[in-house]
Design a protein around this ligand. Structure first.
Ligand code: ADP
Length: 448
C-alpha cells in the first residue's frame, strides 16, 4: 500500500515537473517571438523618424523653383547657386550615424548595432555614403533575415510635395544586426528566474524522495530488529521454562546429576539472554559524556590479550585460528575500562561470526604505531562485503541480508556502537573488504 502510494506520488510529481518545464519553455519561446516583433516594430519606427527628418532637411535646401521648365544649362546653373542638394552631399557619415544613434537611444534601443548607406537612384555604381562595414553586413543581412533587419527607405518628398520632381532621388539602406542579443537581454532575467525556480523544485523533489526512502529503510530495519530481538529473547525463555517444568518431575528431583545438568542449561540460557539484553542496552543508553568522564589509563596490548583469551573457546569450537601481532612500541591510551574492551571485542566477534564455511577461519589482530597513534587492525578471511554494504555497516540496526549472513544472529547494533565508542575515544575506524575474500577493520586511536 505504502509502496504504491509512494510510486504514485513519484510518478505524478515527475509528470508535473516535466509538464511545468515544457510549458515554461514554450512560454519563453512565445515571449521571444513577441519581443522580436516588438523590437522590429520599434526599429522601423525609429528608422521612419530618421528618414523623415532627413527628408525634411533635404527639402529645406531644395530650390523652390520648377527647374524642369528651364533649359538644361540653366538647371545646372540654378543647382550650383543653391548649393548641395543630395543627402550625400549635405551630410557626413558621422552626422547620419549620430542622428540614427540618437533616435535609437531616444526610443529605448540604446546600443543597437547598425550599418547604413545612402544610395542614389540614378547612380548604380555604389553607395554615395556608407558606414565602414556596410558592405560586409549587407551581404550577411541579405542571407540571414532572422538575425538582420534590412530596410530600404526612399529619401524623397512626401506626395503633397511632388511638385518638385527635379529633386535628386536617393534611398537609405539600414541594417540592424544584434536583434537576438537585444531580445535575450530584455528577457534574460525571466530565463534566469525560470531556471532558478525549476532547479529549486527539482532539488526539493530530490530531497523529499531521498528522505522518504531513508525513512522507509530505517523503519524496515527497525521492524527487522524488533522481530529479531523478540525471537532471540523468546528462545532462551522457552528453554528455561521447559527446564523448570522438568525440575518438577519426581524422577529428576531424585537424580542429582540430572538436576545439575538442568541447572547448567538454565544458567547458560540465562547468560545468553543477559548478553543480548546487555547489547541492546549498551546501544540504547550509550552516554558518550559519561564514557569520557570515566577514562582510565589503558594498555591496548593488555586489552587485546584479554580479548584473545575471552574468545579462545569460540575459536576452538569453530576450528578457527586467531593470531595476534602486537608490534606497536607504545600502546598507552586513555580509555573506558569496559567500553574500550567491548568496542574491540565486537570486531573480533564479527570476524568469527561472518566467516566462510569452506575455509579455515583465520583472524589476525595486529598493532603498530603511526606518529602519535596506535593502529589496531582486525583482519579476517570471511565472507566479506560489497561496497554498498560497507557504506552502511556503521548505521544503527543495519544488517546485510544476503545469503549466509541471514543465519548469523545479531541486532545490527555492534558496529554502530563500536564506531560511536571509537569516536568517543577520539579515534577513527575504517573498513575495507572484498566479497568472499575477507574484511579488514582499522581502528586508529591517539596515544596518551
Ligand atoms: P550484527 O553483527 O549484529 O549484524 P554489526 O553492527 O556488528 O551487527 O554488523 C553489521 C553488519 O556488518 C553485519 O550484519 C554484517 O553484514 C556486516 N559485517 C560486520 N562485520 C563483518 C565482517 N567481519 N565480515 C563481513 N561482514 C561483516
Amino acid at each position: 500500500m505504502m509502496k504504491r502510494i509512494f510510486g504514485l506520488i513519484t510518478l505524478l510529481t515527475t509528470i508535473s515537473l516535466i509538464g511545468i518545464i515544457v510549458i515554461q519553455y514554450s512560454w519563453l519561446k512565445n515571449v521571444v517571438a513577441i519581443k522580436n516583433e516588438q523590437i522590429a516594430n520599434k526599429v522601423e519606427m525609429v528608422e521612419f523618424e530618421v528618414v523623415e527628418s532627413l527628408v525634411d532637411e533635404k527639402m529645406k535646401f531644395a530650390p523652390d523653383i520648377p527647374l524642369d521648365v528651364l533649359p538644361k544649362g540653366a538647371q545646372d546653373r540654378v543647382l550650383e547657386i543653391f548649393g548641395p542638394q543630395t543627402i550625400a552631399e549635405h551630410f557626413t557619415v558621422e552626422q547620419i550615424q549620430q542622428k540614427i544613434e540618437k533616435a535609437f537611444a531616444a526610443n529605448g534601443l540604446k546600443g543597437a548595432k547598425f550599418q547604413f548607406a545612402v544610395l542614389s537612384n540614378t547612380n548604380n555604381i555604389g553607395p554615395e555614403l556608407a558606414s565602414p562595414d556596410y558592405l560586409k553586413y549587407y551581404e550577411q543581412g541579405v542571407k540571414d533575415s532572422a538575425n538582420y533587419l534590412l530596410h530600404v527607405w526612399p529619401l524623397m518628398s512626401l506626395p503633397d510635395e511632388e511638385s518638385r520632381p527635379y529633386m535628386p532621388q536617393e534611398k537609405l539602406v539600414l541594417i540592424i544586426y544584434n536583434i537576438q542579443g537585444f531580445v535575450l537581454k530584455s528577457i534574460s532575467w525571466m530565463i534566469l528566474v525560470a531556471i532558478l525556480f525549476t532547479l529549486i523544485i527539482v532539488a526539493a523533489f530530490y530531497l523529499t524522495i531521498r528522505t522518504i526512502l531513508t525513512q522507509k529503510k530505517l523503519s524496515e530495519m527497525k521492524t527487522d530488529f524488533i522481530n529479531n530481538m523478540t525471537h532471540e529473547l523468546r528462545t532462551p525463555l522457552a528453554t528455561i521454562s521447559i527446564a523448570v517444568d522438568t525440575l518438577k518431575n519426581e524422577k529428576i528431583i531424585g537424580n542429582r546429576d540430572q538436576l545439575l545438568s538442568i541447572g547448567q542449561i538454565i544458567k547458560t540460557e540465562n547468560s545468553r539472554m543477559n548478553t543480548q539484553v546487555e547489547q541492546i542496552l549498551q546501544a540504547a543508553q550509550l552516554d558518550v559524556n559519561q564514557v569520557l568522564k570515566d577514562m582510565k589509563d589503558l594498555q591496548v596490548h593488555e586489552v587485546l590479550r584479554k580479548i584473545e583469551s575471552k574468545f579462545a573457546l569460540q575459536v576452538e569450537e569453530k576450528n578457527a585460528r586467531l593470531e595476534i601481532h602486537l608490534d606497536a612500541q607504545r600502546d598507552g591510551v586513555a580509555g573506558h575500562p569496559v567500553h574500550f574492551v567491548n568496542m574491540l571485542s565486537n570486531l573480533v566477534d564479527n570476524a568469527l561470526k561472518y566467516c566462510r564455511e569452506d575455509v579455515v577461519p583465520a583472524i589476525s589482530v595486529s598493532t603498530h604505531n603511526e606518529k602519535n597513534w596506535i593502529v589496531v587492525v582486525v583482519k579476517d578471511n570471511g565472507i566479506g562485503m560489497t561496497k554498498d554494504t560497507m557504506s552502511k555497516i556503521f548505521d544503527k540496526f543495519y544488517r546485510a541480508h544476503t545469503g549466509d549472513v541471514h543465519n548469523v544472529k545479531g541486532f545490527g547494533l555492534g558496529l554502530n556502537y563500536t564506531k560511536k565508542m571509537v569516536e568517543a575515544h577520539h579515534g577513527t575506524i575504517e573498513v575495507s573488504s572484498t566479497l568472499n575474500a575477507g574484511s579488514t577493520f582499522t581502528v586508529k586511536l591517539p596515544l596518551r
